[in-house]
Design a protein around this ligand. Structure first.
Ligand code: BGC
Length: 903
């Protein structure tokens, strides 16, 4: 790049490698880079870039892309020399702006490789064997090893994993703040490990590395299955690599030199049943609870560990954000039950655990139970927890005020019941604190409107996501289930991607989804698939997550690699469907979930199956073209046409009725493009008619995320808006009106007439019905994807101001972080004037659609005169134009609409 420029453009910012800032221990041999252009001028754009990677800051010995004419600033694939195991690499980028002016170099970012080959691991699995009983939950394990560091340390890395879940400690201090690693993979197929920079924790002289191991998904209960699904014995595997300042190198590995104990304070640990902690067993004579992991601790009473060489299961880098502690909640209220227990209301259905603060007697047991709801007598309602015991117990040391929180369990709850307090031990609101955990996906969006109930609905959607994006996308956090239900995942993924950056989260889960396929090559109900679990496979709208989820990640983040990586699996799934349903009518004759939990309507299962078959295949036609498989693309397009034909023949009458005549049936046919123009028009009328007549939605899981977008597609934003704000059961706001702080599993989870639905399946934290969030962002606020350009590089801004005003909203504002930068759309209306603030990030552009054509101005000027606005056109009473990057303020006259929220 030309070095001599009068004024240099500002350096790029927000450098990311594999979706992460300065990641450690990545396993990707061809990592991808992205950056943001730090320029708020109108029309700011990248026209060229140069990226360098070196083994030292500022060096280019690994890769110099050279100056490339390109406006791409995301998903840039590394193309330098081979990256080495454990190597640290530094990178920088600069770019040329729209006028050809070069920027200064960015700050230096880095990425560090993990242990790239499983065969490089020399550590052994270490454990303390415990007798296994599938019905008896055991204690956690404590493992330790002393070592001496004699020279000044330059750098130290801990690579660690477990068959179970681990907490590493170095010299009594917890390493990192990650929770429940190595996460949940199919431990038979791959085990992930995590990398920590522990340079600052290694001290000169005597050191101790300690690891606590809990049962987690590996040995603990998973859903309704017995314990020990992946193995009866938990174990840890670790390597601490120390690089000394004098250039020497030492590795402390898990091996026969370690010692272990199962005699620590954690007496029982299980994700679903809870944890029992006996503080008297803290080895506290030596100081803090973590004293066992310090060099002064006398481990003479500990056992030698059992060692086992690593087998063939690949050890892979854990990539993407892990679960972390995110916030704390203080109870709003506490009361005493007639039998002397105390109940604390945290005011929010949350996922995590309760921290207990108590002054007790030695040996006094305090028992905590958790619930999402209350019985009419204000005791906790726990019947919907099914087989999960969800009970924690703390046994006091009796030494002053004791604070405790569990390590190896988590619960879904709003209410905490505390039992075991003695007379005189009256608690206060500091006795219990809600500790909220969730996968640490970076926040992306915020949405607010003048309608308080809609704001609460969005709050509930966000909290549903927080509580269920827990290592994998789960269905619910409270009962004996917490599975990665594929249907739920695909229904909610678009909404999720507005709330948070879920690219890395799904990148990891999609590997599990592939691993969970059965021998016939189909995706199944859940991923990971618990070994031996008898679940269904190939179910319409569930198995199709295998295509819909990667496709969505591609659309939202421009991630082509995710399509490439999963292409063969997706292909295999289509082949499976073709083999299984050669007449193209999918699911004929078999039981499936249908439009799961819909109310008062029936959509034939064969119709759902065939519609999803067609949809998956049509996506495959697009995906094949994107990954350069043109012949496949043509083949899938032809197959799509055939399925479409079969669909019409079987399910559409000559008069345009669809079998089932339900909202979901019309929605699927319209949204998936299964009807010719004439039939589509009839179907649109029938859908609108059904909504107007019933005045409520009738969709279950399968139709719910598509309902509002389909109403928009057929030009009925008005009906979509009215359904969104409808308060009559069944509706989104029905649960809001009844105090929900998360999304309920069922429209009728609790009703005035019937009270609670059946406890066998009644979660109050299930995100699927929260999938209306997509439309709240894309239509009410008006920030949407462009159908043809992935990654929000070109987007649509089309807030439905007139329709929203028509149901009483006067304001809506949303922010959304895309890979290019922050997008904003904020509108408000007052006294006949609508104002719209729009921000398009640098290096992106948008098509904007505004309601009205008269006197539309930007910053006081007619649109035609404003910079950054082009291709101005009027269409059916709307103003359309192209927006270059920048901040805009539009205003347009809009007369007071007649407000009629009723359908
Ligand atoms: C889960 C759902 C899931 C459904 C499938 C339920 O048990 O909680 O979220 O999609 O089963 O039928």
């Amino acid at each position: 790049m030309a070095e001599v420029q009068a004024v240099l453009a500002k350096a790029p910012v927000g450098l990311r490698c594999e979706y992460a800032k300065n990641p450690l221990g990545i396993g990707e041999s061809l990592p991808r880079f992205s950056w943001k252009i730090n320029d708020d001028r109108r029309g700011a754009k990248q026209t060229a870039y140069r990226l360098t990677v070196g083994t030292k800051p500022g060096e280019t010995d690994v890769w110099d892309s050279g100056e490339l004419a390109s406006d791409q600033s995301t998903q840039i694939v590394f193309a330098g020399t081979k990256l080495k195991s454990r190597g640290r690499y530094f990178w920088q980028v600069r770019y040329r702006d729209q006028a050809g002016v070069a920027s200064t170099w960015s700050d230096t970012a880095f990425f560090e490789m993990g242990i790239l080959k499983t065969s490089e691991w020399r550590g052994q699995w270490v454990s303390v064997p415990l007798p296994f009983d599938k019905n008896v939950i055991g204690p956690s394990k404590y493992l330790r090893r002393n070592f001496v560091s004699r020279r000044p340390v330059k750098g130290a890395r801990l690579y660690i994993t477990a068959r179970g879940v681990f907490v590493p400690l170095l010299n009594g201090k917890r390493v990192g703040n990650d929770i429940f690693l190595p996460g949940w993979s199919d431990f038979r197929k791959r085990i992930r490990y995590q990398t920590y920079d522990v340079t600052d924790l290694v001290v000169s002289g005597r050191n101790t590395l300690g690891v606590m191991v809990g049962d987690g998904w590996h040995t603990g209960k998973v859903a309704w299955n017995p314990r020990g699904l992946y193995g009866e014995n938990t174990a840890a595997l670790a390597e601490l690599h120390i690089e000394y300042a004098d250039g020497s190198y030492e590795v402390i590995r898990s091996d026969a030199d370690w010692k272990g104990s199962t005699e620590g304070p954690i007496r029982t640990n299980d994700f679903l049943d809870g944890e029992t902690y006996d503080a008297r067993k803290e080895w506290s004579s030596t100081g803090t609870p973590a004293a066992w992991a310090t060099a002064d601790f006398d481990d003479a009473a500990w056992q030698p560990v059992r060692v086992e060489a690593h087998d063939k299961v690949p050890l892979e880098a854990y990539e993407g954000p892990p679960i972390r502690r995110k916030e704390t909640l203080t109870p709003k209220e506490a009361w005493r039950t007639t039998d002397g227990k105390w109940i604390f209301d945290l005011g929010q259905n949350m996922v995590g655990w309760a921290k207990l603060k108590v002054k007790g007697q030695p040996g006094q047991q305090i028992t905590l139970r958790f619930a999402e709801m209350l019985n009419p007598d204000r005791t906790i309602y726990t019947t919907n927890l099914r087989g999960a015991k969800v009970t924690d117990a703390y046994i006091c040391k009796g030494e002053g005020v004791e604070e405790w929180e569990p390590t190896f369990t988590f619960h879904g709850f709003r209410f905490v019941e505390v039992a075991g307090l003695l007379p005189g031990q009256t608690p206060d609101l500091s006795t219990v604190t809600g500790m909220v955990i969730n996968t640490d996906t970076p926040a992306a969006g915020s949405w607010k409107s003048s309608h308080e109930k809609l704001n609460q609905l969005m709050h509930n959607i966000v909290w549903g996501q927080k509580g269920n994006y827990m290592e994998i996308p789960t269905d619910c956090p409270q009962r004996d289930e917490r599975l990665g239900w594929t249907g739920d995942a695909q229904v909610f993924i678009r909404t999720a991607s507005y709330n948070a950056d879920v690219a890395a989260f799904f990148t990891r889960w999609l590997v599990e989804l592939d691993d969970s396929r059965n021998d016939e090559g189909t995706y199944q109900d859940v991923a990971p698939m618990p070994p031996g679990a008898k679940m269904l496979s190939g179910i319409a709208a569930w198995a199709d997550a295998g295509i819909i989820c990667p496709w969505t990640i591609y659309r939202v983040y421009g991630d082509v690699r995710i399509l490439e990586r999963h292409y063969d699996a997706m292909k295999g799934f289509v082949a499976y469907m073709l083999k299984k349903w050669p007449n193209l009518l999918r699911h004929a004759g078999e039981w499936t979930y249908g439009d799961w939990l819909s109310i008062d309507s029936w959509t034939p299962r064969e119709l759902i199956g065939t519609a999803f078959f067609a949809h998956s295949v049509s996506l495959m036609a697009k995906i094949a073209a994107i990954v350069g498989k043109e012949r496949d693309a043509a083949k899938y397009q032809r197959l799509f046409e055939k399925i479409r034909k079969a669909f019409n023949k079987e399910f559409v009458t000559p008069g345009g009725y669809l079998a089932g005549d339900s909202q979901t049936a019309y929605v699927l046919a319209l949204r998936f493009g299964l009807l010719d123009e004439e039939k589509a028009q009839i179907a649109a009328k029938k859908l609108a008619h059904d909504v107007s007549m019933r005045k409520v939605l009738t969709t279950g899981f399968v139709g719910v995320n598509l309902l509002l977008p389909t109403l928009s597609q057929i030009g009925r934003d008005d009906l979509a808006c009215k359904l969104l704000i409808n308060e009559k059961y069944p509706s989104w706001l029905y649960s809001v009106n009844h105090g929900a702080s998360t999304i309920w599993e069922r429209w009728d989870g609790w009703t005035e007439e019937k009270g609670f639905q059946t406890p066998t399946m009644n979660s109050f934290n299930h995100y699927a019905y929260g999938s209306c969030g997509e439309w709240m962002y894309s239509a009410v606020a008006g920030i949407d994807l462009d159908e043809k350009v992935p990654g929000f590089k070109h987007l649509r801004i089309e807030p439905r101001i007139v329709t929203a005003l028509g149901v009483g909203l006067t304001r809506c504002e949303a922010d959304f972080a895309t890979a290019q930068g922050q997008v904003k759309s904020a509108w408000s209306w007052e006294g006949g004037i609508a104002t719209l603030e729009v921000v398009i990030p640098a290096n992106a552009s948008a098509t904007m659609v505004l309601p009205g054509i008269e006197n539309v101005t930007e910053n006081g000027q007619p649109l035609a005169d404003a910079t950054g606005i082009s291709n101005l056109r009027l269409n059916q009473g709307k103003t359309l134009c192209e927006l270059a990057a920048g901040s805009y303020r539009f205003s347009l006259p809009l007369s007071a609409p007649e407000v009629s929220p009723a359908i």
